[in-house]
Design a protein around this ligand. Structure first.
Ligand SMILES: [Zn+2]
Ligand SMILES: [Zn+2]
Length: 665
């Protein structure tokens, strides 16, 4: 299980330009965030690394040269997009325009976000520079091309064996081949990326979509090297019996079903091709595709702050867009967790464990099995088989359904046996029933381990096992528990969740937050740390007292468009009345003003003028936080679904970078 962060994507350079930092800074920040999120989600890799690693680069360059030597890569002149106003060649992603296929108006020059087609910038209708909106021009430049046309037939032959793929993946790929593969340039006039290993090409780089997919091979090699067995990757890549699975989203299908297999075929025909690419479709939000740029969706890191990772995994597992788009909704999340995960699985495990622990403390012995008991054992085996087969075919939703059916069966069994009655009548029969219920709980622990790794471990430990459930085998689900194994004091597996029904919009109406232009900044006459900030709020002018003197010079605030909470009860600070509060994000000792771009003074950010005054404590209860993109979101009084602070369609942003999740006060 290997993967890594793609460090050379153009979104990285776009963001770096916006922030005025190096692409490396941005890429490293996201790499750290992804690594952390995977860990918190319980997704473990044998190696998760990054495409900026020297070992990755070296292999990419070797593959490049070999493909060139074998005639799969050739040099040719091409026309690239040139921005006459920026005086630069612009990478495809810096070109925007109308998609010629689905007519989405903001399609990118490399790929249409709406219909998923790979594009050339000049396929777009009216292509323009993303940075300055000037119509892009064609200008000649020389690049290396990947001769995809020559691999069309081998790819077709290979795809004939893929009748087990998800239909949407196979159909998408076949449609692509039917159109005929065009040779594609694999280098660009940019300076962020992997160098071309040839003299005279210093101003060009290998393009990201070509090298990032090689990361699967390079990560396998790196993994082997770190094991101290540097050829061990070969047993995965050269053994015809090994199967490679690529887990991606649908916008990545073409790179894994056409580009990457073509590279592998061209580079070394001994290397294993993808066995399956079980791409998911999209999980949308409020009917729209999630997009950080447009502020649609939820941040994983915020969800992980608020919820048990297994609860998130259960919901996403059960609502996974395997074959068609699905929808993330907090109501559905709450319903599934409370009525399925908690009420069925969590409830079963907790009932069995608390009852057995209280009355036996250990795994009780088995006496005679009834017909019902035998049927239960058979069902454990059938569900185990069903879940396993579904996992093998990458039918994850169906596999999870089998597991939940088994948990349901557990509750029925427990109810029908009524061990609380048996305990008084026939302690031996009671012990037998509990023993079998524990066996079912054990099977559930093993079966849920791939889906719910944290709670599976908790069940495992409560059942009296030492060590990690993730090191036990799948077959262990069918093995009996040792009689006399001591149980651990049980705790509830999951908590019910409550995603407040309170409408955020409604909560926002308790505030009057507006854009204010700073007219003048003075030192407070009687306090070292305070400024007097005079702001123009459109229809009125006000004076604010702000404790920013250690963090901001007067000239840094002067003339800026800041964000002002206007309905805060006035306070007198060292003899000067403050009529509101400017908003800033606080990250430990770091303080960053919220800025509102070029918005007009008085522009409403949240709520409306004339809203009743609130106290500082009331304001603090309505959380505003910085998201991982440096945008600012309003969360109201509950954790969960924040909404962006909007000013004329521009997000309010932080002036200086702060840690995601930093609170605004
Ligand atoms: Zn431009
Ligand atoms: Zn399109």
């Amino acid at each position: 299980m290997v993967s890594g962060s793609d460090m050379h994507g153009t979104p990285t350079t776009v963001k770096a330009d916006e922030e005025g930092v190096s692409p490396e800074t941005v890429a490293e920040r996201y790499h750290a965030l992804h690594t952390e999120n995977f860990k918190r989600l319980g997704i473990s890799f044998d190696l998760y690394w990054k495409t900026s690693a020297a070992a990755h680069k070296a292999v990419v360059q070797k593959v490049f040269l070999q493909l060139k030597e074998r005639g799969h890569i050739y040099e040719a002149a091409m026309e690239a997009s040139w921005c006459p106003s920026c005086q630069k060649f612009r990478p495809d992603r810096y070109i925007e325009g109308e998609c010629p296929f689905c007519h989405f108006s903001n399609s990118r020059g490399d790929q249409c976000e709406q219909c998923g087609r790979m594009l050339d910038p000049f396929d777009l209708i009216q292509p323009r520079c993303k940075v300055c909106a000037t119509p892009a021009e064609r200008r000649e430049t020389s690049h290396f091309f990947f001769r995809l046309s020559r691999l069309q037939e081998p790819l077709k032959g290979w795809l004939r064996t893929k009748n087990y793929w998800r239909p949407h993946v196979l159909n998408f790929t076949l449609a692509w081949l039917e159109e005929g593969l065009k040779d594609r340039p694999v280098t660009r006039d940019i300076d962020w990326g992997i160098e071309i290993p040839l003299k005279g090409y210093e101003s060009k780089r290998i393009y990201v979509w070509f090298e990032a997919v090689m990361g699967y091979l390079t990560a396998s090699m790196e993994w082997a090297r770190r094991q101290g067995q540097k050829d061990r990757w070969k047993s995965w890549w050269l053994d015809p019996d090994s199967r490679h699975y690529y887990f991606v989203g649908k916008d990545n299908i073409v790179f894994h079903t056409i580009v990457w297999p073509a590279i592998l075929m061209g580079y070394d025909e001994e290397l294993g091709l993808p066995y399956d690419v079980p791409a998911n479709q999209y999980m949308n939000f409020g009917g729209e595709r999630m997009s950080s740029g447009r502020g649609v969706g939820v941040w994983l890191s915020e969800l992980l702050e608020a919820f048990d990772p297994d609860a998130l995994r259960y919901y996403v597992g059960a609502a996974m867009p395997e074959n068609k788009d699905s929808e993330f909704s907090f109501e559905e999340f709450e319903r599934r967790i409370n009525t399925e995960l908690v009420a069925i699985y969590g409830n079963f495990v907790h009932r069995v464990l608390t009852f057995t622990y209280k009355n036996f403390r250990e795994v009780p012995p088995i006496a005679d099995l009834t017909k019902e008991d035998r049927a239960l054992l058979r069902e454990i085996e059938e569900r185990w088989k069903g879940a396993g087969q579904n996992l093998e075919y990458c039918h994850f939703k169906d596999a999870l359904k089998e597991v939940m059916q088994l948990a349901r069966r557990g509750n029925q069994y427990f109810d029908s046996k009524a061990p609380w009655d048996l305990l008084k009548e026939d302690r031996e029969a009671c012990g037998t029933a509990l023993h079998l219920a524990l066996r079912l709980a054990k099977a559930l622990a093993v079966l849920t381990a791939p889906f719910l790794p944290f709670s599976a471990q908790r069940v495992w430990t409560m059942l009296g096992y030492d060590g990690s459930i993730h090191e036990t085998s799948w077959e262990e689900a069918l093995e009996d528990l040792p009689v006399g194994q001591k149980l651990k004091s049980p705790r509830p597996l999951f908590k019910k969740i409550e995603v407040s029904a309170m409408d955020l919009e409604e909560e926002a109406q308790r505030l009057d937050v507006r854009v204010g232009r700073v007219l003048k900044v003075e030192d407070h006459p009687r306090a070292d740390k305070l400024y007097l900030v005079y702001v123009d709020l459109g229809t009125e002018k006000r004076r604010l007292v702000a404790g920013l003197r250690d963090e901001y010079g007067r000239e840094e605030i002067q003339g800026k468009n800041i964000v002002v909470l206007c309905n805060l009860k006035p306070a007198t600070l060292r003899g000067v009345k403050s009529e509101g509060m400017l908003l800033a994000a606080v990250d430990g000792k770091e303080v960053s003003l919220l800025l509102a771009g070029n918005a007009k003074p008085g522009t409403q950010v949240l709520g409306q003028p004339g809203t009743p005054m609130i106290s500082f404590e009331e304001f603090r209860a309505l959380k505003i936080r910085v998201d991982p993109e440096g945008k600012v979101r309003f969360f109201g009084s509950v954790e969960g679904d924040g909404m962006p602070l909007v000013v004329e369609n521009e997000f309010v942003t932080v002036d200086r970078p702060v840690r995601p999740g930093s609170e605004v006060t």
